[in-house]
Design a protein around this ligand. Structure first.
Ligand code: APR
Length: 246
């Protein structure tokens, strides 16, 4: 075994022994699918806008159609993308071990790779809800209108069902994520900078509760000092190797 393989072998062994596994993913897991992060996507026509204008309740009140079109453009970009080897490896992991998959991503690529019951902390680009009472709606991309339509239940405008600046995370999803984290004996933290809370608090909670914590990221992050093991590299290379070695 090469020295560089040792953390991978140690991680595989820890996963083999784990009984309650939690995986937390961030934008890095979708990097190899070509999904730009929120800020990276602010290019071309969109470069003139401030993130607060495009992703906040106040921005939506000010110009609902602008915000709607920005999210429609992001959704179209995601629809053209494919899950990568990291998403596929996590779906395989979920098939062989009881796993709770928690994601900060809104792109739906975990489901496209075959993962089920994914906890979406920050919502999903293909779901909508009304601004007044949160009535949920699915709209197919092919039938997406150019401006926010009214809710068929109450008539209020629909908005993307994603978490905007200054908003709370969906409470039920967050409490399920916290409960799974408290019960986990191992947490795998993939492709997140660990800067955005409360998502970034979950690995800290797992560590406090005595779980083994394993980070997969090409770079050191705010979470690295709290991790049991850090695997340095791209998720699309490391996760298939990890799952293959189980
Ligand atoms: N494999 C694994 N990790 C990667 C890869 C890769 N191929 N490429 C980049 N990364 C890592 C980066 O090193 C970085 O640590 O992914 C992380 C991405 O960090 P952020 O862009 O901050 O993404 P995330 O942590 O998901 O941000 C949280 O912030 O923008 C808001 O709501 C948005 O959900 C998002 C939240």
């Amino acid at each position: 075994m090469r020295a560089a393989d040792e953390p991978l072998a140690a991680a595989a062994q820890a996963i083999q022994h784990a009984r309650r596994l939690v995986v937390l993913t961030g934008a890095g897991v979708s990097r190899e699918s070509g999904i730009p992060t929120f800020r990276d996507a602010l290019e071309g026509l969109w470069a003139q806008y401030d993130p607060q204008q495009l992703a906040s309740p106040a921005g939506f009140r000010r110009d609902p159609t602008l915000v709607w079109q920005w999210y429609a453009a992001r959704r179209r970009a995601v629809a053209a993308a494919q899950p990568n080897a990291a998403h596929i490896a996590l779906a395989r992991l979920g098939a062989v071990k009881a796993t709770t998959l928690i994601t900060q991503n809104v792109d739906g690529l975990h489901e496209a790779a075959g993962s089920t019951a994914v906890l979406h902390l920050h919502g999903a680009l293909d779901r909508y809800k009304c601004v007044d009472r949160g009535h949920g709606h699915d709209i197919a991309l092919e039938t997406l209108p150019d401006a926010p339509p009214p809710c068929s239940v109450c008539g209020a405008l629909l908005r993307p069902d994603v978490v905007w600046f200054g908003e709370m995370l969906p409470p039920e999803i967050l409490s399920r994520a916290i409960a799974a984290t408290e019960q986990a004996d191992l947490m795998l933290v993939v492709g997140t900078s660990g800067l955005v809370h409360p998502a970034a608090s979950l690995p800290l909670l797992a560590a406090q509760c005595g779980a083994v914590t394993i980070e997969v990221n090409p770079e050191a992050t705010a979470l690295t000092p709290h991790m049991t093991l850090s695997l340095r590299g791209a998720a699309g290379a490391l996760l298939p190797a990890l799952v293959d070695s189980l």
